[in-house]
Each structure stands twice: as structure tokens, then as C-alpha cells.
Design a protein around this ligand. Structure first.
Ligand code: HXC
Length: 512
């Protein structure tokens, strides 16, 4: 056959493999879902997608599969760019056997994962699948196992992003759970280990798929998702924005941007003068970072701590801050987990950490104790202590007890600790402290309440300030709020080439 005829035959074969089945495409659209190819096109830069393994075929001959032709075996894989950043990408195609995962489908995914690891580029996976391809039996399970294995090998080497745009059920959910960031879309994403039918049969409980594992549930209740969007288009914009903040791999720094001034506004006015009045700590973060551009991670879950990416003088930093607006910013099981994971991501990918402290301590209570606040809280201590990236801490207001230590204190290896003049650094708040230290005297006093107030004031004057910590060198400088950006920029600049050696080991054993 001549080349022109071969090219014509190729074009026909290509069209057959890429044109969606009309009825399946109609069903996808009726659910408000884009097709897998449309999703890839929407995320990547125009014309940057290069597809591989389009003609891969399954080898299954059970349950009538020998007669089934599954274009691309239900998954599209390739490489491309996002705003000029190279990425490897795969998208499960629900219009082909429900995006179900057989061995060939899995091997396409593991092949693109291997490329991503070797090339040192981020991996983006779009999940929309009925799970293990039932006809392929154990081969499907093998495929999942091979994906999980690579997710683990890639962890801390390349950023891994999962976008859930359809069902992601059974053991399939463990691939996204092993990745760094999970994106979900309202009414479209569904994640669960066992679905409503199984739950009804086994436990007699009735629940809709949406209430069990919909996007809102995963973003707000379980903490499985990191970013929540109302539509696929909004989700893709979030993915693109995230990619600009993170490096291609663990050997690189995130690409620098042009430095921008922060949001105009007086930091002095953000924090109320009464130390128990709440405020939104995100106003502080936006007032010190470039262009007020703060990308919050897990904004809807464990909102008593705020984590996310920003830039200082054009370079990415990871910001961690107690949120006085929610539960007074206490640390608890979920907020410790949330911050610890974010800190470990930043440390793995050379992103300096800037921590803002304002918390009364760890949340007391039977629920928290029984939920393992000891074990979960320890994750935060571990993550900060383990991190060797530049670590800079600003104590805004309260820093009491274990919370003071846990929020990247000097004692956990902070390189620089700054405190505002309104900082209160002590074992506990003045009320609690006076009540304990002077319990006997208060009870014996002629006017116990007046005596108690006097002792609260005495404790406040002595310890509810940054100066005892500064006198002991635990705080490097007491700074006015308007000096914060200047001190942070300088500290980041001089920490640019920080190195910190640790004793050799295979790996640590962090509290889980
Ligand atoms: C083979 C599957 C499939 C699967 C869907 N299909 N899931 N084929 N294996 N797992 C096929 C359907 O047969 C159908 O093919 C097409 O995909 C579309 O499916 P529908 O059911 O028509 O779509 P919809 O009504 O939207 O329902 C979607 C669904 C449902 C909720 C996902 O398909 C479903 O419940 N599927 C099975 C889910 C499941 O139990 N998976 C195994 C989980 S266990 P045709 O030819 O009719 O178009 C698992 C273990 C992993 O995953 C362990 C890893 C460690």
C-alpha cells in the first residue's frame, strides 16, 4: 500500500478510536460532564496534548469481552503543558465500558506514571470510572495495585494531582488518596469505598450517593478533597493556578514570578485590641504576600487552621496560620492532620514555610482525646521538626502551651521567630494560670473575685507579652505589624541556600 493510502487508513483508524459513541456521549453530557478528551483539552495549553497508546487493546476473552472493542481501553494518556509547565496526564473515559479499569487500561496509566517519574514532571489523573472491570477479575485488581505502588514511589518526587469527575468507588479511591491534591466538582464527583446499596444491605442504613461521598462531603466533612469547585471549568482553573505555585519535581524550586506589592491596608487594624475577639487570619496573609494572591488548600475542612500557597518577592511559600475565626484557632485532630500533610508537601518540594501563630492551645475534650488527639497532634510536631526548608514563624497574638511549641517554634527548628508586640507567649492564658497557681489564696481571700482579677492582671503583665520569650532568645525580634513583610522577605532571601543535614536513616516512622 502506498504511503498516502496508508495515511488515509491511519486517519480512519484514528477517527474510529477517538470519536465518542453518540449515545454514551449524550449520557455524559446529560449529567453535566465533559468528555474525557474535552477535559484534557480544557486543562492543557492549546495544541499541547500529545497522546500515546491510543491503539492499546485489552486481551480479555471472558464474558463476551473477545467481541468488545474498547477504544483506548477506556483511558486517554499523554503529555502536554499547563501555562507552559510540562505535565503527564491521563483521563478515564466513562463512555468506554464505564471507564472501568482492566489490565491494559491500568498499564497505560502506569506507563505514563513511569514517564512522569523519570522525566520529573507533575502527574494529573482524571478519574471517571465504574472501578475494577468486572469481566477481567483479578487482572483488574493487579492493575490497581500497580498504580498504587507507583503513586507511592512518586510521592515526594513529583507532584501528583487527582481530579474526580465521576464515580471513583471501591479500592479505586486509594489512588487519589495516595496523591498530593484531590479536586472535586459539585454534583459530579462521587467517592466511596462501598456504595449506598452495600451500606443498605450490610447496615440497613439508607443514604444517597451525594450525601455519602459527593463533592461537598469530601471537601468539608472527610477532608479527602483539597479543592472544591461548582463546575468542571472552575475546577480546571483551580488546577492551572495550583500548577503555577508548585515545582515540576523535588529537585527544583517552583518557577519564580515577578514580585508584586501586597494588598494595601494596615496590618495594625486587622487584629482586635481585645485578645479574645476573632478576626480572619487570611487578611493578615493577604496583607503580606505578593498581590494578595493566596491559594487556600482544604479551605472547607478543619477551617480552624488555614494552609495554602502564596508568593513572597515572586517565590512560592507555603503559609500555615491558626484561624481565630473558627474555634478560636485551636489545634485538634483534623487541623493537625491538615497542617502536617501540607507541611510535608512543602518540605518535599522545596517550598519555604511561613507560619502565623494565634491559638489558645490544643482543643480539650473527651471526643478529641478518644479520637486520638495525642497521635494526630504529634503529626504536626513531627512534620515541622522533620522539615528542612526555611521555616519562619510570626507570633501574632496568642501562643500558649503545646500550641506555642507545635506552631513551628524555635524549639522545632524554626530559623527565624518574630513576634508582634501584642503577642502573648506563656504556658496558658492568664485566667487559667491565675486560677491554678493561686487556687488556695483565691479561696481564702476576703473578696475572692477581686483577688483573682488582681492575680490575672499580675500574670498578664508578667507573661502575656513577647518579652520573656525574647529575653530568652526564643523570639528573634519583636516587630511592628507593618514591618512583617520586610522581615519575612529578608529572612526568606538570606535562607535561599539553607542546608540542614540530618542523621542518615532509611525513613522516619511518623505518627499516623
Ligand atoms: C465493567 C462496567 C463497570 C465495571 C460500569 N460498566 N462499571 N463494566 N466493569 N466495573 C459499564 C456498564 O456495564 C455499562 O456498559 C457502562 O459501563 C455504563 O455503566 P452504567 O451502569 O450504564 O452507568 P451508570 O448508570 O451511570 O452507573 C455508573 C455506576 C455503575 C454507578 C458506576 O456502572 C456501577 O455501579 N458500576 C459497577 C461499580 C462496581 O461495583 N465496580 C467494582 C467496584 S470494586 P454498557 O456496555 O451497557 O454501556 C473495585 C475493586 C477495586 O473497584 C479494588 C482495588 C484495590
Amino acid at each position: 500500500m502506498s504511503l498516502p493510502r496508508k495515511m488515509k487508513a491511519h486517519a480512519r483508524k484514528h477517527a474510529e478510536a477517538t470519536e465518542p459513541h453518540p449515545e454514551a456521549a449524550r449520557r455524559q453530557a446529560a449529567q453535566g460532564k465533559l468528555l474525557a478528551r474535552e477535559r484534557i483539552t480544557a486543562i492543557l495549553d492549546p495544541d499541547s496534548f500529545h497522546e500515546y497508546d491510543l491503539f492499546v487493546e485489552h486481551k480479555c476473552s471472558d464474558f463476551g469481552m473477545e467481541k468488545k472493542q474498547l477504544p483506548g481501553d477506556g483511558v486517554i494518556t499523554g503529555t502536554g503543558t499547563i501555562l507552559g509547565h510540562p505535565v503527564a496526564i491521563y483521563a478515564q473515559d466513562f463512555t468506554v465500558a464505564g471507564g472501568s479499569l482492566g489490565l491494559a487500561h491500568a498499564r497505560k496509566i502506569t506507563k505514563i506514571m513511569d514517564h512522569a517519574i523519570k522525566l520529573g514532571i507533575p502527574l494529573i489523573g482524571i478519574n471517571d470510572s465504574g472501578g475494577a472491570r468486572i469481566q477481567e477479575g483479578v487482572n483488574s485488581l493487579a492493575g490497581y495495585g500497580e498504580i498504587f505502588y507507583r503513586n507511592t514511589l512518586a510521592s515526594g518526587v513529583i507532584p501528583q494531582i487527582s481530579i474526580i469527575l465521576g464515580p471513583c468507588a471501591g479500592g479505586a479511591v486509594y489512588s487519589p488518596a495516595l496523591t498530593d491534591f484531590v479536586f472535586v466538582v459539585d454534583k459530579i464527583s462521587k467517592m466511596f469505598i462501598t456504595g449506598p446499596e452495600v451500606i443498605k444491605t450490610v447496615l440497613g442504613e439508607e443514604i444517597s450517593m451525594e450525601d455519602l461521598g459527593g463533592a461537598r462531603v469530601q471537601a468539608e466533612l472527610s477532608g479527602n478533597a483539597h479543592f472544591y469547585a461548582q463546575s468542571e471549568a472552575e475546577c480546571f482553573e483551580q488546577v492551572k493556578r495550583l500548577v503555577t505555585f508548585i515545582p515540576w519535581n523535588n529537585r527544583k524550586r517552583a518557577d519564580p514570578f515577578a514580585a508584586q506589592p501586597p494588598e494595601a491596608g494596615a496590618l495594625e487594624r486587622i487584629i482586635p485590641s481585645e485578645s479574645n475577639r476573632p478576626y480572619d487570619v487570611r487578611d493578615v496573609l493577604r496583607s503580606v504576600c505578593d498581590g494578595a494572591d493566596f491559594m487556600e488548600v482544604q479551605a472547607l475542612w478543619a477551617a480552624n487552621i488555614v494552609v495554602g500557597f502564596a508568593r513572597m518577592n515572586g517565590r512560592t511559600v507555603g503559609m500555615v496560620a491558626n484561624q481565630p475565626m473558627v474555634l478560636a484557632g485551636v489545634l485538634d485532630v483534623d487541623s493537625s492532620d491538615k497542617a502536617a500533610r501540607f507541611i510535608r508537601f512543602c518540605d518535599a518540594f522545596n517550598i519555604p514555610l511561613v507560619t502565623f501563630v494565634d491559638l489558645p492551645g490544643y482543643l480539650p475534650g473527651v471526643d478529641q482525646e478518644h479520637a486520638g488527639v495525642i497521635r494526630h497532634g504529634a503529626k504536626l510536631l513531627y512534620a515541622y521538626s522533620e522539615a528542612t526548608v526555611p521555616k519562619i514563624t510570626v507570633i501574632l497574638r496568642k501562643a500558649y502551651g503545646g500550641g506555642y511549641i507545635a506552631m513551628c517554634s524555635r524549639h522545632l527548628g524554626a530559623d527565624f521567630v518574630f513576634a508582634w508586640p501584642c503577642a502573648e507567649i506563656a504556658v496558658m492564658g492568664p485566667e487559667g494560670a491565675a486560677n491554678i497557681i493561686f487556687k488556695g489564696e483565691i479561696a481564702a481571700a476576703a473578696d475572692p473575685e477581686a483577688f483573682r482579677r488582681e492575680k490575672v492582671k499580675e500574670y498578664t503583665d508578667k507573661f502575656a507579652s513577647p518579652y520573656v520569650a525574647a529575653a530568652n532568645g526564643h523570639v528573634d525580634a519583636v516587630i511592628a505589624p507593618h514591618q512583617t513583610r520586610d522581615f519575612l522577605l529578608h529572612a526568606l532571601e538570606i535562607s535561599e541556600h539553607k542546608t540542614e543535614e540530618r542523621p542518615a536513616r532509611k525513613h522516619g516512622v511518623p505518627p499516623f
